[in-house]
Design a protein around this ligand. Sequence first.
Ligand code: NAI
Length: 345
Amino acid sequence: MSKRRVVLLPGDGIGPEVVEAARRVVEASGPEIEWVPREVGAVAFEKYGEALPPDVLDEIRRCGVALKGPTTTPIGTGHISANVRLRKELALFANVRPVKTVPGLETPYGQTDLVIVRENTEDLYAGLENEVAPGVITSIKVITETASRRIAKFAFEYAVNWGRKRVTAVHKANIMKKADGLFLECARQEAKPYEGRIQFDDILVDALAMKLVTKPSQFDVLLLENLYGDIVSDLAAGLIGGLGLAPGANYGPDCAVFEAIHGSAPDIAGKGIANPIAMILSAAMMCHHLGDNESYLRIRKAVRTITTERRDVLTPDLGGTGTTRAIADAIVGEVERRRREPVDA
Ligand code: NAI
């Protein structure tokens, strides 16, 4: 069988460290992959004057799949986010972020097992900002029926395919009656064909924030617009122990890009202490997407074994003194062990 080509985007900051860890884990698990390395983010901007060079987009279109590290976006000024452009250009409309308690890592929030389905292409991320008069800025929120229906349908299909019970649409339709009202109405319409199979309800985003930190186990699949999805993702990652644990995937009709929720973490970049688990779990999602369900399960089980049994390799964000290299080595070793014992995988 020919090798599957996957674009490898190390990105900025801790990106190269955690992407390398994820690549090693995938290789240990077995899918036949030919990696196609490319540069994106600040590193690409410095070299080529573009955070997302056109040949990177072309390569992802050709391969259909990419494993991506975080990219740095300057605050207030500077280049446009490579992520926002990547998601728009490749029509990666669905951002899926499973947030699940990791065995061995206690948190005050009890069991969490929810999935964030975030609309990835519009909302305030449309980039329509104007200075209409000195000292007055408008930033336009774009919500369309097409994109809202598309992401709602995706959330219900996801729920069916992954054995989930309920989809909750998150909004602020009491204030943004038109924009969030349309998003909610589309979710209601798309819920109809799933009646009797998938429950549907909705919640104001502010109430969700409170309920999440009170009892996260009450939520299943959360369906959100772009900005709410971004903020709630970080909050939800905090419920299970931090950004180093929460994976993600961006899906479109032709391509999929797998990346952790977290950013480039400039405060710890280059220190060798970044937690690679979120990136490794994103790579596991990629294996599933590539049709290698055994690797998907094997990598997830290996991570769980290491977080439970190898506290000596946990990175500082998890209260340990381990390094990126040490925890990656441990997970690679565990994946190899499980691969030799297929019955366990
Ligand atoms: P961040 O996620 O990079 O960091 C927030 C905090 O979490 C920091 O204290 C960091 O050390 C910690 N952290 C994040 N990932 C970690 C990991 N794997 N292991 C251990 N600790 C980890 O968010 P921040 O600081 O707001 O953003 C930094 C840069 O990343 C910005 O330029 C931002 O635009 C970019 N960013 C990129 C994303 C992407 O490429 N998908 C997503 C989010 C932010």
